[in-house]
Design a protein around this ligand. Structure first.
Ligand SMILES: C[S@@+](CC[C@H](N)C(=O)[O-])C[C@H]1O[C@@H](n2cnc3c(N)ncnc32)[C@H](O)[C@@H]1O
Length: 224
């Protein structure tokens, strides 16, 4: 009998083999990330395609991503954009951003994507000062302690109809523990509290299992 985590991984593999087209470029992106020593904390293949489908279902033209890493989710998102679509992705670590830039070029989506390097909170303030337009789709996947601040910025850069997705909002169930001292758990719990009291967004969260363990996505729609 396989343990639970092994079953989740095998089922992810089963899903990918049947529903996700073979993609040498995305395989190479993950290899590049590994060779460059990046942490293996990108979304899974099934989650990447899920994000891609969400963008296509929504018809988003402008995407903001907070947390680039090596650009794996960025590529899934960028590929869902129409030819005139644009994606801005924010990354703190210059090494991650450098690997991501090479990966985006490999996937030939570099013309649609701007990587902004630095603290996301500083970049977001700069973007406000530059008068950057609202986004149709916002993916929050960076440092979880800042999730509440990212949600406030996401609302700043949204319009009625913007979709906001947040990753890792279940954390193996740790989100239940109000005394958990982990700043990531605290950040995610504050994220829920903010969502609960924010009248401009209607949201839910879906628990997920798979090759990345037990976690979940928050998905919200900005209504006004
Ligand atoms: C979970 S990874 C992103 C994974 C990526 N979205 C994917 O699925 O391929 C989080 C990224 O956020 C970056 N990050 C962490 N703190 C940050 C901050 N304060 N500002 C901007 N980026 C940050 C990390 O360096 C890391 O590359």
């Amino acid at each position: 009998m396989m343990n639970q985590a092994a079953v989740w991984s095998k089922v992810d593999q089963y899903i990918a083999e049947r529903l996700i087209e073979q993609d040498v470029i995305l395989d190479n992106v993950l290899t590049n990330n590994q060779e460059a020593g990046l942490p293996v904390i990108d979304v899974s293949q099934a989650q990447g395609k899920f994000l891609n489908l969400l963008v296509r279902l929504h018809g988003s033209k402008r995407i903001l991503e907070i947390g680039t890493l090596g650009g794996y989710s960025t590529i899934w998102l960028a590929r869902a954009l129409p030819s005139n679509g644009q994606l801005v992705t924010l990354e703190l670590d210059p090494h991650h951003a450098q690997i991501a830039a090479a990966n985006l070029a490999l996937a030939q989506v570099q013309d649609k994507v701007e990587i902004r390097v630095g603290e996301a909170l500083q970049q977001l303030a700069l973007m406000r000062d530059e008068g950057v337009e609202a986004f149709d789709f916002i993916f929050i996947d960076a440092d979880k302690p800042n999730n509440p601040a990212y949600l406030k910025w996401a609302l700043h850069f949204s319009h009625p109809g913007t979709v906001i997705v947040g990753d890792n909002v279940v954390r193996g169930g740790e989100v239940l523990d109000e005394n958990n001292p982990d700043p990531r758990v605290i950040g995610v719990r504050q994220f829920y509290d903010l969502l609960a009291e924010e009248s401009r967004i209607t949201a839910t969260a879906i628990q997920t299992v798979g090759s990345k363990g037990y976690d979940g996505f928050m998905i919200g729609l900005v209504t006004r």
